[in-house]
Unconditional design. Structure first.
Length: 391
């Protein structure tokens, strides 16, 4: 919402208790809170105290926990507030289907796909943080958005950067996009050192403050792998048009290269509120008190080619893009399973990519998805197969 815009916007936040969710609420507060926004629904999973506090503070119509077992806890926490309460998968769908013009999709992992899809189908504008929607469902998700008639507003900082600099009337002249990657906490570690890292060290991202899973995915560069597939579908590109460059300062958030040799970039301090504010205000801009870039202090920007031996996730993303079909869903389902196992200390850091590659080998011949059910089935198969490799 632009400064000076006096209309109230009805919005829903799927995943309001997470890192993107809390940043979204911070942006909303700074843009006028309840005076400017009507919060329709908020959803979380395990963090009931925070979900209840958010729902009361913003006067939400509905609060939902994804965990059926926590329904009573949420109900008690909201007793007397008049806020409706729901739980489980059906509760998430109810939240997504309620009449809100703008929906932040910030549930982590493939669990975000069904509710985001429900919001897209009814024509809401989707601020998309949940990259898994595009990784798993790809063109089917894009079709659903188009059919619904809403807009897809990328929140992932790289895709938001590209969205900001991509001129719609010049799309035909786009030669390539260049996704920047910080390189994560293990950028300079040897393969041998990476073999022994723990979830605690892997979650310590050098520049961004994010949720646990995306932080570890950044360390393995699976996050960048997912972003390559996300970019492909978001911007309708061929796999070979998507490049990745390691840029340890995370100041350039991504770039678009045009056919005349020009490269346009979006820069900023690493703070997700800029991307969230842009998606919330699009096509305008809002006022946000994020740190400003000080170029004199910055003094240098570094770049290096990614090392696909230490970070095979990038190679696997290219393979999934080239194969097409449900390979994105297979890659993501196997990755989420391997990641859970790594967080629990059941497999090593490097084993995550090994498991994903083996599952992709085994499921290479799955037919392309004709419907969303095929996507969910491929995801399920990949999870089962990966789990079998871990036991
Ligand atoms: P968090 O882990 O911080 O938050 C995830 C949210 O999803 C929380 O509200 C959590 O609830 C909820 N949740 C967890 N499990 C489930 C489930 N099974 N069903 C429904 N809801 C669930 O994640 P992030 O905010 O870091 O990331 C969210 C999404 O945004 C991811 O797809 C990520 O890749 C993407 N993203 C994140 C960025 C960031 O800066 N964090 C940047 C770019 C993209 P609870 O906390 O109550 O358990």
């Amino acid at each position: 919402m632009a400064s000076g815009d006096s209309t109230k916007r009805r919005l829903t936040i799927l995943g309001s208790t997470g890192s993107i969710g809390t940043n979204t609420l911070d942006v909303i507060d700074r843009l006028g809170g309840r005076d400017r926004f009507e919060v329709v629904a908020l959803t979380g999973n395990g963090n009931i105290p925070l979900l209840a506090e958010q729902a009361r503070r913003l006067g939400a119509e509905l609060a939902v926990t994804a965990d059926d077992n926590l329904y009573q806890d949420l109900k008690s926490a909201l007793a007397g507030s008049g806020i409706a309460v729901a739980a489980g998968r059906s509760g998430l769908i109810e939240a997504a289907e309620r009449d809100a013009g703008w929906v932040m999709a910030a549930i982590v992992g493939n669990a975000g796909l069904a509710p985001t899809l429900a919001a897209a189908r009814r024509g809401a504008d989707i601020a998309l943080a949940n990259k898994e929607c595009l990784v798993s469902a790809g063109s089917l998700f894009i079709e659903a958005v188009k059919k619904g008639g809403g807009r897809l507003l990328p929140v992932d900082s790289e895709h938001n950067a590209i969205f900001q600099v991509l001129k719609n009337d010049q799309r035909h002249a786009v030669e390539r996009i260049i996704l920047t990657a910080s390189g994560g906490p293990f950028r300079t570690k040897s393969l041998d050192e990476m073999r022994h890292v723990t979830a605690e060290t892997a979650r310590a991202h050098p520049n961004w403050s994010m949720g646990l899973k995306i932080s570890i995915d950044s360390a393995s560069m699976f996050n960048k792998a997912l972003e390559m597939i996300e970019a492909r579908h978001l911007f309708g590109l061929r796999p070979e048009q998507i490049e990745v460059i390691v840029h340890p300062q995370s100041v350039i958030h991504s770039m678009v290269g045009y056919s005349d040799g020009s490269v346009l970039a979006q820069l900023g301090c690493p703070d997700m509120r800029t991307a969230i504010g842009y998606a919330l205000s699009y096509p305008n801009r809002c006022d946000l008190p994020v740190e400003r870039l000080d170029f004199a202090k910055l003094s240098r920007l570094d770049f290096e080619a990614p090392d696909e031996v230490r970070f095979p996730a990038l190679r696997l993303a290219r393979r999934a893009m080239q194969s097409g079909g449900v390979q994105g869903a297979v890659l993501n389902g196997a990755k989420e399973t391997a990641l859970e196992a790594f967080i629990k200390g059941r497999v090593g850091f490097l084993a995550m990519a090994e498991i994903v590659e083996k599952v992709m080998d085994e499921l290479a011949d799955l037919p392309a998805a004709a419907t969303m059910d095929d996507v969910f089935a491929a995801d399920e198969k990949a999870r089962k197969m990966a789990a079998g490799m871990i036991e």
